[in-house]
Design a protein around this ligand. Structure first.
Ligand code: HEC
Length: 430
């Protein structure tokens, strides 16, 4: 079958050393099933004992180098692993995925498996369910599909979604679309009824309650100016065989082209370029006193040491500043004066909304299979059960407080810059 060949090309890497009854197996599919989770499905059961090897493993990714800094390999930690569907589905609990890039999960023998944040989030609910608690949330590789199990062959969760789709309810598909620039029309064609559809600012007309026939076609005009347009399509389920075709027709052209999987980015994926704050221009930064700078660093007013380690001492809310990524006074100044201009990926701030209505904001770390820790701008942490999370959304603002440069004054900032530029103290560094 053609589709399975496509999947085979996407996930060609062997799950080296992972065995089912002594044989090495490769997953049929591997995807980010949420901001904090990765799922792999196998043809055969994976032995329970194989789970251990994933704990403490890391998922690596790379980013283009910032001005003057090296291309640093970056990591997410795998904090938990469990098997479902009789061992054929492996779910890894991870740190959040902070950027749109390629992620690699290292497996034994120096080999790795890779995935990106492409795809569509599918949420199925029964007719009377409240919108915020869907019965099933699942990844689909793209918007167009003729049955979920066909879209991801060999996957038990997708077979289960197909069973749901045969029952009365609604399927909400959400994604961020990267469409070609210029005007055009998104053509949505379904086997069942299209209840609702959104593309950026464009929305389908409300359904006519008098209409007898299901609405099978919706066209949404748009002029993609933004890099990514949010798209959501709601289908009524339990009518026909589920099926959806979505294509893009550029204005003035007769032919439309299917929106393919590379154009779909998961709805929770952080936008590639965050709507940035411009980095502050630096005043004259010469002549600071490093010894005074060290005292300011740990002072109650500046509070730098509450969040940053320097020479082995301090808090871990922000990056260790013993060895700077960029050793440049103007960059240090910009980091203090405009923290949100360039956010270190692992220190992205998230808004974490819980099912009970509470909202926490801060840097997120995976603690184990069940819990994440959210640390706020006062360096206070709360542990949150993963199953309590309703939504987790990256923010374009740093949790490092704004206004520090102004509050401390020009002289203190010069001293801080001199301190951070100074050589680490060998006696105190680890
Ligand atoms: C509430 C915690 C907090 C406080 C207080 C704080 N920072 Fe930060 N800082 C962070 C976080 C988190 C980041 C990483 C995210 C980002 O890039 O904004 C960061 C980033 C930085 C960076 C850039 C590091 C890099 O590799 O990009 C520098 C330099 C820095 N802080 C210096 C300071 C100084 C100096 C102070 C005190 C005047 C201070 N910070 C106070 C949390 C804090």
């Amino acid at each position: 079958m053609r589709l399975s060949v496509v999947m085979g090309c996407l996930f060609p890497v062997l799950f080296a050393g992972m065995s089912t009854r002594g044989q090495e197996v490769s997953p049929r599919a591997l995807w980010a099933s949420g901001p904090l989770e990765v799922t792999a499905v196998f043809d055969e059961s994976v032995a329970q004992g194989e789970l251990e090897r994933f704990l403490g493993e890391t998922i690596s990714y790379e980013l283009p180098a910032a001005t003057g800094s090296a291309r640093l390999p970056r990591k997410l930690r795998v904090a938990g692993a469990r098997l479902e569907d009789g061992g054929r589905t492996l779910v890894l609990a991870t740190d959040p995925h902070p950027r749109v890039t390629e992620y690699r999960l290292g497996v034994s023998g120096g080999r790795s498996l890779s995935y990106r944040l492409n795809g569509v989030q599918a949420e199925w609910s029964e007719p009377d369910d409240p919108p915020e608690s869907p019965r099933r949330v699942l990844w689909l590789p793209e918007l167009s599909f003729a049955g979920a199990a066909q879209a991801v062959p060999g996957s038990a969760p997708h077979r289960a979604l197909d069973r749901d789709l045969a029952r009365p309810g609604r399927l909400v598909l959400t994604t961020q679309l990267r469409l070609p620039p210029g005007e055009g029309t998104l053509e949505i064609r379904a086997n069942g009824s299209i209840e609702d559809a959104l593309l950026g600012d464009a929305a389908a007309d409300p359904l006519d309650p008098e209409a007898k026939a299901p609405r099978r076609s919706v066209d949404l005009g748009a002029e993609p100016r933004a890099d990514l347009l949010f798209c959501s399509i709601t289908l009524k389920t339990g009518m026909n065989a589920p099926g959806l075709r979505v294509s893009w027709k550029p204005a003035g052209q007769a032919e439309s082209r299917p929106v393919d999987r590379t154009a779909c980015l998961l709805p929770w994926a952080p936008a590639a370029a965050m709507p940035g704050v411009a980095a502050a221009n630096s005043p004259n930064l010469g002549g600071g006193d490093a010894a005074r700078g060290r005292r300011i660093f740990t002072s109650d007013q500046a509070q730098c040491a509450k969040c940053h380690v320097r020479d082995g001492q301090g808090g871990k809310v922000g990056p260790d500043l013993t060895v700077l990524r960029v050793k440049d006074p103007a960059w240090i100044y910009a980091s203090i004066a405009t923290p949100s201009a360039e956010i270190v990926p692992e220190f992205t701030t998230y808004t974490v909304a819980l099912k009970d209505g509470q909202v926490h904001a801060g840097v997120v770390r995976a603690i184990d299979a069940r819990v994440i820790r959210v640390t706020d701008s006062n360096a206070k942490s709360v542990d949150v059960a993963r199953e309590q999370i309703l939504r987790i959304q990256p923010s374009s603002t740093s949790i490092m407080p704004v206004g520090l440069a102004a509050a401390l004054g020009a002289e203190a900032v010069r001293d801080l810059v001199a301190f951070l530029m100074s050589e680490p103290e060998p006696a105190r560094s680890r």
